[in-house]
Write a protein that binds this ligand. Structure first.
Ligand SMILES: [Ca+2]
Ligand SMILES: [Ca+2]
Ligand SMILES: [Ca+2]
Ligand SMILES: [Ca+2]
Length: 349
C-alpha cells in the first residue's frame, strides 16, 4: 500500500472516504443523468461500459521492461542520480538496466526507483535485484484499472444519499447526507486530489469546484510556481506528462465503439460524487457542495501504472508540503486523495 506522508490519519480517511465513495456512487448514479452539458453528457455512467476491465482478459498486468525497485535507506544507489548498471545474474548473462527517479522533488516512497531493462529481461532483472543486499524489494510496474461502477439503472435505485426503501432496500441505510449537510456542506479551503482518469474541468456542475493552482499562470509555457510542472493549472496528466487533465474532445457522448482513446468519464464521475456543486440549481449535489477538486490523471483506457500512480502521489505530497511551508499561499491544502482503482496482483507499493 502506498504510504502518503501527510499529517493525517490515513486509515480513518480511507475508511471515511471509502464509505463516501461506495454510497455516494449510488446516489450520484441516480442524479447525474439529469445534467446536461454542451460537450460532455456523462449519461454513459448508466450505459454498458466497453472499458470494463473484466472484459479485457488479454491485457498485460504490468509494463514489460519496467521495474519498481526500492533500495535500502542510505544505499549507494539512492545517492546517485540517473545511471546505468549491469546486474549480475548467476543463471545467465548480465542484465543492463537504467535507473531513474520517478519524479522531481521529495520522494513519495523513500529509495524507490524506476528501473528499465529489455522487455525480455524483466523477470530475470527482478530476480537479480531481489537478491541484492541493498534492495528491499523489486516488482513489475503493475497496471491498475478503474474500479467498476454500477451501470444498472435499477441498481442505482436501491441506494441514494437518502434511502427511503424506494427499491426494496433498507430505509435509512444511506450515508445520512442530509444530516451531514445540516452540519457542513463542505469548504473550498479543502482540496481533494482525485487520482483517477482526468476530470472534465469545464463541466457546468463541476467547474465551480475545480482546483486552480494559485501560483501558475495558465498557458504561458512557463512553470511559474517552479514546482517542476509547466502550466499545471488544475493538476497534471501523468500518463501523457502534460497539463491537459481532460482529453475527451469529441462533441458527443458516448463515443463510437471504435473510439479507443481517453474518455475520462470515470474520473469525471468520481469527481461529481466528491464535489458536484450543490444547491446551484443544476444537475446533482456532490457529497461536498463546496470543495476544491484537483485532477491527478494516471488512468487511461488501458489503466494506469504503479509508476504513474506514484508520480501522482508525489505531486500531491509536494503541493501539500508547499501549502504548509508557505503558510497557505502556495501549493494546495490537500487533505484527502480519492483512489478508485485496483488490480488483481499483490504489490508492495
Ligand atoms: Ca507549475
Ligand atoms: Ca504557467
Ligand atoms: Ca492530457
Ligand atoms: Ca449541482
Amino acid at each position: 500500500m502506498i504510504s502518503l506522508v501527510l499529517p493525517l490519519r490515513p486509515r480513518f480517511w480511507a475508511l471515511l472516504f471509502g464509505a463516501f465513495f461506495l454510497l455516494g456512487t449510488l446516489g450520484f448514479a441516480i442524479l447525474w443523468p439529469r445534467v446536461s452539458h454542451a460537450t460532455f453528457n456523462p449519461q454513459l455512467t448508466q450505459q454498458s461500459d466497453p472499458e470494463q476491465p473484466a472484459a479485457k482478459t488479454k491485457s498485460p498486468d504490468s509494463v514489460p521492461g519496467e521495474i519498481l525497485v526500492r533500495y535500502r535507506k542510505d544505499s549507494a544507489a539512492t545517492k546517485s542520480g540517473p545511471h546505468s548498471e549491469m546486474l549480475v545474474d548467476m543463471s545467465g548473462p548480465q542484465i543492463p538496466i537504467q535507473i531513474d527517479r520517478l519524479s522531481p522533488g521529495s520522494e513519495i516512497v523513500e529509495g524507490l526507483r524506476l528501473a528499465r531493462a529489455a522487455p525480455e529481461d524483466t523477470a530475470r532483472a527482478i530476480e537479480a535485484l531481489q537478491t541484492r543486499p541493498d534492495v528491499l524489494y523489486a516488482e513489475p510496474n503493475y497496471i491498475r484499472h478503474k474500479n467498476v461502477t454500477p451501470n444498472d439503472p435499477r441498481y442505482a435505485e436501491q441506494w441514494a444519499l437518502k434511502n427511503i426503501g424506494q427499491s426494496g432496500g433498507l430505509a435509512g441505510a444511506d450515508i445520512k447526507a442530509e444530516q451531514a449537510w445540516d452540519l457542513t456542506t463542505g469548504s473550498q479551503n479543502i482540496v481533494v486530489a482525485v487520482i483517477d482518469e482526468g476530470i472534465d474541468v469545464n463541466h457546468q456542475d463541476l467547474q465551480p469546484n475545480i482546483w486552480r493552482n494559485p501560483g501558475e499562470i495558465p498557458g504561458n509555457g512557463v512553470d511559474d510556481d517552479g514546482n517542476g510542472y509547466t502550466d499545471d493549472v488544475n493538476g497534471w496528466d501523468f500518463i501523457h506528462n502534460d497539463n491537459t487533465v481532460f482529453d475527451y474532445s469529441l462533441p458527443s457522448y458516448p463515443p463510437a465503439p471504435s473510439y479507443s482513446a481517453d474518455v475520462d468519464d470515470h474520473g469525471t464521475h468520481v469527481a461529481g460524487i466528491v464535489g458536484a456543486a450543490g444547491n446551484n440549481g443544476l444537475g446533482v449535489a456532490g457529497v461536498n457542495w463546496q470543495v476544491n477538486l484537483m485532477a491527478l490523471k494516471f488512468l487511461g483506457p488501458d489503466g494506469g501504472t504503479s509508476a504513474d500512480l506514484l508520480k501522482a502521489f508525489a505531486y500531491a505530497k509536494m503541493m501539500r508540503d508547499r501549502w504548509l511551508s508557505s503558510g497557505g499561499t502556495q501549493g494546495a491544502n490537500i487533505r484527502i486523495t480519492n483512489n478508485s482503482y485496483g488490480g488483481l496482483f499483490t504489490s508492495r507499493i
